[in-house]
Design a protein around this ligand. Structure first.
Ligand code: DGL
Length: 268
């Protein structure tokens, strides 16, 4: 039994898609969420910058005495984790392996689409992980950078989101994978729009779902569940104003969240 919280971070509101799944699957766990709202987006930045930001987010969560860190950011998982995973004092899980495992199980045509930020797609991390399961699976990958500000703005649905998705996904739709990984944790906030544009024949994979299941299994196997029988408490931190963050959290999680404090993340 381990009463310490699970740490979760993202560049902004995207990691709330992981919080939603983690809450459903591990309802008694305490969690600490950090949204790096002062520096979002990560996906347009260099590998070095994404790695530095990721290290700082991890240091902040370690200062809150977490037992496990879920990197609820496709970009940080794809770009930074392979560089730093070996040097960390607590277990750290990214969203790439879990999302890929779910996609490989779901595909019937052995053709998987991946969408993510420019940095995540450039890293080819999803592609390598898919080929780690099977080198015969075809992968079609596309970066969709504007989905992140749309999600941060709460504009995941409606005409602008739809037109943006049409522009980004036209080529992918022609290549017609039967499964599409939402390789950035912001993208489930546009799931309805992406699903409409891709059509009903395409199964959308939200990696946060499998990541939450994998986190549960990891804690169960290692005797690390909290064993509380009351609902877990989630503390939210951001690095800038929490205004937009609270608005999206209310809409997406269906509850009012209070942000504990604005963290000076550059000092970590
Ligand atoms: N939600 C993050 C991801 O999964 C970051 C997006 C961004 O900040 O560009 O990639």
């Amino acid at each position: 039994m381990d009463k310490r919280p699970i740490g979760v971070f993202d560049s902004g509101v995207g990691g709330l898609t992981a919080i939603k799944e983690l809450k459903a699957i591990l309802p008694h766990e305490d969690m600490v969420y950090f949204g790096d709202t002062a520096r979002v987006p990560y996906g347009t930045r260099s590998d070095e910058t994404v790695t530095r930001y990721t290290q700082q987010c991890i240091r902040f969560l370690l200062s809150r005495d977490v037992k496990l860190i879920v990197v609820a950011c496709g970009t940080a998982s794809a770009v930074a984790l392979p560089r730093i995973a070996d040097s960390l004092p607590v277990p750290v899980m990214g969203v790439v392996p879990s999302g890929v495992a779910a996609a490989v199980t779901a595909t019937r045509s052995d053709h998987i689409g991946v969408i993510g930020t420019a940095a995540a797609i450039r890293s080819r991390a999803y592609e390598y992980a898919i080929h780690g399961h099977s080198d015969t699976v075809r992968v079609s990958a596309t970066a969709c950078p504007l989905f992140v500000p749309l999600a941060e703005e709460g504009w995941g649905e409606g005409e602008i989101a739809h037109l943006t998705a049409e522009a980004y996904l036209a080529q992918l739709r022609e290549e017609s994978p039967d499964v599409l990984i939402l390789g950035c944790t912001h993208y489930p906030l546009l799931e309805g729009t992406i699903g409409d544009v891709m059509g009903t024949g395409v199964t959308l994979i939200n990696p946060a779902k499998q990541t939450a299941l994998d986190a549960k299994k990891y804690l169960e196997d290692g005797g690390g569940l909290s064993e509380k029988d009351t609902p877990g408490e989630i503390l939210y931190y951001v690095s800038d104003t929490g205004e937009g963050f609270r608005r999206i959290a209310r809409w997406f999680l269906g509850e009012t969240v209070s942000v504990q404090a604005s963290v000076d993340i550059e000092s970590y």
